[in-house]
Write a protein that binds this ligand. Structure first.
Ligand code: C2E
Ligand code: MG
Ligand code: MG
Ligand code: MG
Length: 272
């Protein structure tokens, strides 16, 4: 009967929703102990100089090694950690691991650490960074902090002081996923950063899309006139690399060169 079918459908939906709620609670609960149990790891992906074929830095990317589940990616736990107030512990852990790893690297390589809005908005974030540098012995200029535009936006009221503290410390500040947030130009006026990371969605179709090439060229010109360095994210093909190189983009990152890896300095392939 129609009623029967309706009810069956309702139950399917109900089971599905229940399943999602259960999984979410299960993740939240396990995440509460993840830091203390040493399950939060830092993996690394090199940032290369596209013109010189050298490595200049390595980006720290959080991974959760969850027992019986394997590696869990940030897309599945960073937003939850932010919502339930666990991002601070995870952030401190990754920052500490990243600074210690970078301090052991030869050639003065920098490490670039992602910081989410809630982390950045913490009153003591400047102190957290200073402590991580002191404990690892990493020189401040070898630490880059990647903020998204929404983190910068929040900084306008709540954490302008943090921004200033970081600048005074001498760490480098980068805007991550540049071009995907709101009012980028306002941010560039209000806050001094050192580096823009062009979001991978602009790199993906570079070879096919004249439109995307125009956008990337625009970002490069803007960065150049403001004296900012640029990293293009998500380079997967030699064609994308060659285009970015010819457009004058200095730095890049992506699977073409290296995938994220537990080693601070994974093997990088330049000859493809
Ligand atoms: P993101 O900082 O923009 O990092 C780039 C993401 O793109 C990484 O995903 C990286 O593995 C991936 N990627 C690198 N090269 C390529 C490529 O050639 N093609 C494609 N399709 N993807 C590529 P991942 O590691 O899953 O991290 C996702 C996001 O999670 C990061 O985006 C960052 O916003 C956030 N995140 C990662 N680690 C941390 C952390 O320690 N703290 C905070 N707050 N956020 C983090
Ligand atoms: Mg990043
Ligand atoms: Mg990014
Ligand atoms: Mg991203």
């Amino acid at each position: 009967s129609a009623k029967g079918r309706g009810r069956a459908r309702y139950e399917v939906f109900d089971d599905d929703l229940r399943g999602r709620i259960d999984r979410r609670l299960d993740t939240e609960l396990a995440l509460r102990d993840a830091v203390e149990l040493g399950e939060i790891e830092t993996w690394y992906q090199p940032i290369v100089d596209l013109q010189e074929n050298t490595v200049v830095a390595t980006e720290a990317l959080a991974r959760w090694r969850r027992p019986e589940r394997g590696i869990v990616y940030p897309g599945e736990f960073i937003a939850i950690a932010e919502e339930v107030g666990l991002i601070k512990g995870i952030g401190v852990t990754v920052l500490g691991q990243a600074c210690r790893a970078a301090a052991t690297l030869e050639g003065g390589l920098a490490v670039s650490v992602n910081v989410s809005p809630r982390q950045f908005a913490q009153d003591d974030f400047g102190v957290v960074v200073r402590r991580a540098l002191a404990e690892s012995g990493l020189p401040p200029e070898r630490l880059w902090i990647e903020l998204t535009e929404s983190a910068v936006l929040e900084a306008i009221d709540s954490a302008a002081r943090t921004f200033q503290e970081l600048r005074e410390l001498g760490v480098k500040l980068a805007i991550d996923d540049f071009g995907t947030g709101y009012s980028s130009f306002t941010h560039l006026r209000a806050f001094t950063v050192d580096l823009l990371k062009i979001d991978l969605t602009f790199v993906r179709d570079l070879e096919r899309s004249e439109h995307d090439r125009a956008i990337v060229e625009g970002i490069l010109r803007l960065a150049d006139s403001l004296g900012l360095d640029v990293v293009a994210e998500g380079i997967e093909t030699a064609g994308q690399r060659d285009l970015l190189r010819s457009m004058g983009c200095r730095y890049g990152q992506g699977y073409l060169f290296s995938r994220p890896d537990p080693s601070p300095l994974p093997v990088v392939s330049f000859d493809s």
